[in-house]
Design a protein around this ligand. Structure first.
Ligand code: HEC
Ligand code: HEC
Ligand code: HEC
Ligand code: HEC
Ligand code: HEC
Length: 221
């Protein structure tokens, strides 16, 4: 008795010490892997092009037929979400155009049964990121800047990495990417001859009071 050492460690502390060691070595390793993974361009989603349940073509509808983006993506200027069109919008035309086409069988089925077409999401940010279409479109950032030449795509694919570095590079300096608000869905728009995109962008930035934030809470709330 009385020989009890002043400082004792319970038995489990041996295991805990191992745990701490693994943590000390493992955490930097884990962070390193995360960074390497994040910086590797092949891990980004550029070029992601899922197969859709209906062979709907933007090249035909937005390109050849020249239908404005907002005819189908009706909420893009008003809310955070761009919204996909309900089947009724397709049937405005396809009751009469190609009423028996096999390619439109899923569309007719959806219309008759009242169930939405199960479109596969192409662009999909992680849930911890907040994005808002109307804020961008009303500041004069065109669809083509983030989505590329959609009007030429048979099947939509992603053209931008949609990662944090991509968002921030524009938030730090949006000037080169601004255009008049009424041109945001014009896929052929270019700055007037002799005017540099950056000079026009500076004018528009002042006119529309554009000042994108790089605070974390802007996108992580
Ligand atoms: C006639 C209706 C229609 C028009 C016009 C239209 N779209 Fe679409 N859009 C759709 C449908 C339906 C989908 C879902 C299927 C798909 O991804 O192709 C879609 C999907 C998209 C997507 C991918 C959404 C996702 O899942 O990430 C983008 C981006 C897009 N459209 C942009 C545009 C742009 C830009 C324009 C104008 C140049 C445009 N759309 C014109 C009907 C339309
Ligand atoms: C404003 C009228 C209009 C709207 C709205 C419209 N389409 Fe079309 N669609 C057309 C026309 C016109 C063609 C034929 C174009 C051509 O081949 O040159 C076509 C062709 C198609 C085809 C090819 C059919 C075949 O047999 O080749 C598919 C599939 C299609 N549309 C799906 C859709 C879907 C899905 C929607 C709704 C998201 C939609 N369309 C909305 C006018 C429309
Ligand atoms: C600043 C970049 C940017 C601009 C400009 C932009 N988009 Fe998007 N869009 C995105 C991102 C990012 C997503 C994915 C959002 C998510 O997953 O929460 C997206 C998603 C979409 C979707 C899928 C539905 C949704 O809201 O998630 C559609 C449709 C779409 N965009 C259409 C458009 C159209 C049409 C325009 C022009 C009027 C446009 N976008 C302008 C970046 C942009
Ligand atoms: C090409 C330029 C550009 C890109 C790319 C871009 N943004 Fe923006 N963003 C802007 C501009 C311009 C504004 C408007 C700032 C203003 O009105 O002062 C803005 C505003 C915002 C806002 C503020 C919205 C509000 O409700 O106040 C959020 C959130 C946002 N962006 C998130 C994102 C995210 C997330 C991404 C990447 C997925 C992104 N942005 C990519 C240019 C861009
Ligand atoms: C303009 C929008 C925007 C701002 C501002 C922003 N982030 Fe992000 N953040 C994103 C996007 C987009 C992603 C990637 C989401 C994905 O991969 O789907 C991301 C991802 C992350 C991740 C996950 C790891 C990674 O790198 O993919 C962390 C952690 C993070 N952000 C922290 C921050 C911090 C801290 C700040 C402030 C200094 C900040 N973010 C500011 C848009 C933003």
């Amino acid at each position: 008795m009385g020989s009890k050492p002043l400082l004792t460690f319970p038995r489990w502390s041996n295991k805990a010490a191992v745990g701490v060691l693994v943590g000390l070595v493992g955490l930097p390793l884990y962070v390193g892997l995360l960074l390497a993974y994040g910086a590797n361009p092949t891990s980004l989603t550029v070029g992601y092009q899922p197969v859709q349940p209906v062979p709907y073509s933007h090249a035909v509808h937005a390109g050849k037929l020249g239908i404005d983006c907002r005819y189908c993506h009706t909420t893009v200027e008003k809310t955070g979400m761009a919204a996909l069109p309900p089947t009724e919008v397709c049937m405005n035309c396809h009751k009469a155009i190609f009423p028996n086409s096999a390619k439109l069988a899923e569309v007719r089925k959806s219309y008759v049964e009242g169930t939405p077409i199960p479109w596969v999401k192409v662009h999909d940010l992680a849930d911890y990121v907040y994005f808002n279409h109307s804020a961008h479109v009303n500041a004069g950032v065109g669809c083509i800047t983030c989505h590329g030449p959609i009007q030429q795509m048979e099947t939509v694919r992603t053209v931008a990495p949609l990662n944090m570095a991509w968002c921030l590079s524009c938030h730090r300096d949006p000037k080169p990417f601004l255009r008049p608000r009424d041109q945001v869905t014009n896929m052929d728009w270019t700055p007037p001859a002799g005017v540099a995109a950056t000079a026009l962008g500076e004018q528009l930035r002042e006119k529309y009071h554009v000042n994108p934030s790089t605070d974390c809470v802007t996108c992580h709330r």
